[in-house]
Design a protein around this ligand. Structure first.
Ligand code: HPA
Length: 275
């Protein structure tokens, strides 16, 4: 069975983290643009700058703090990635997913992946939250491309329940209890970094997408490869290109994400208790 350097690299990172934490997390959370503030709410927190963690990719994009924080949320041991690197920065899909590999090798079985996304479904508005039911990988790549290392998972992993129905129903139940409006839909993952054209958004509508963004898909693929259960939440920060009157601007994306941050945090905390 072919083995890869990737496994050794991940092991090195896992060892480094293991030596510095007291408790194994049960849930890994990846917080997208403008949503990272939740990391400040962890009790008994131990934070590491990505730059200090061996092999960790470090983002240069504004608005992405770049800290891995271990601690407790609602009493549950969690690890939170505040900020992430993106494929459009020039990292390979494997480099982008090294943190998720690390979570899998730490023995974490569940992950919450969040992002900011454009609303492709005409019924969506900025400020909506959407639980991801499925994705379209339109990035043009796949983090599993290359030799497969069976120590991570199988050559051809099943993706038919990539965002598990069980976890999705927990999110819906929590939202209903808290009276938080929650959309559900398909996330189209693009390579970026240019936003889509209106013609591309019409194409995505035809393909059955409800939201569009530039992250999450590589991480969800790798998590599934390792047999982790994934739950995904998109914060709809803008009408996708051609659907609103405004031009798309990263400042607006960050502003809307910040506006919904408290509701988002309330929902995430409720999910944390239940999953
Ligand atoms: N397109 C792609 N990525 C995004 C968008 C968008 O409209 N909004 C936030 N991230």
């Amino acid at each position: 069975m072919p083995e890869t350097d990737e496994f050794e690299r991940v092991q090195q990172t896992v060892q480094w983290l293991d030596d510095r934490i007291d408790e194994s997390p049960e849930i890994a959370m990846v917080l997208g643009s403008g949503l990272g503030a939740l990391a400040d709410e962890l009790a008994d927190a131990t934070a590491f700058s990505y730059g200090d963690i061996p092999n960790y990719p470090v983002s240069a994009v504004e608005g992405h703090a770049g800290e891995l924080v271990f601690g407790r949320l609602e009493g549950r041991p969690v690890v939170v990635m505040s900020g992430r690197v993106h494929y459009y920065e020039g990292w390979s899909a494997k480099e982008v997913t090294l943190p998720m590999r690390t979570f899998g090798q730490l023995g974490i079985e569940r992950t919450l992946i969040t992002n900011s996304a454009g609303g492709v479904n005409p019924d969506f508005s900025p400020g909506d939250l959407m639980v991801i039911s499925d994705h379209l990988n339109l990035t043009g790549t796949n983090p599993l491309r290359g030799l497969n290392d069976e120590r991570f998972g199988p050559r051809f992993p099943d993706m038919s329940d990539a965002y598990t129905e069980d976890l999705r129903s927990i999110v819906h139940a929590a939202a209903a209890r808290l009276d938080i409006d929650l959309q559900q839909g398909v996330y189209a993952g693009m390579a970026g970094p240019s936003y889509e054209t209106p013609a591309e958004i019409r194409m995505l509508q035809t393909l059955g997408a409800d939201a569009v963004g530039m992250s999450t898909v590589p991480e969800a693929i790798v998590a599934n490869h390792m047999g982790m259960e994934v739950v995904g939440i998109s914060c709809i920060t803008n009408f996708a290109a051609g659907l609103g009157n405004e031009k798309l601007d990263h400042e607006d994306v960050k502003r809307v994400a910040a506006e919904i941050r408290d509701t988002f945090a309330t929902l995430v905390k409720a999910i944390t208790t239940d999953i």
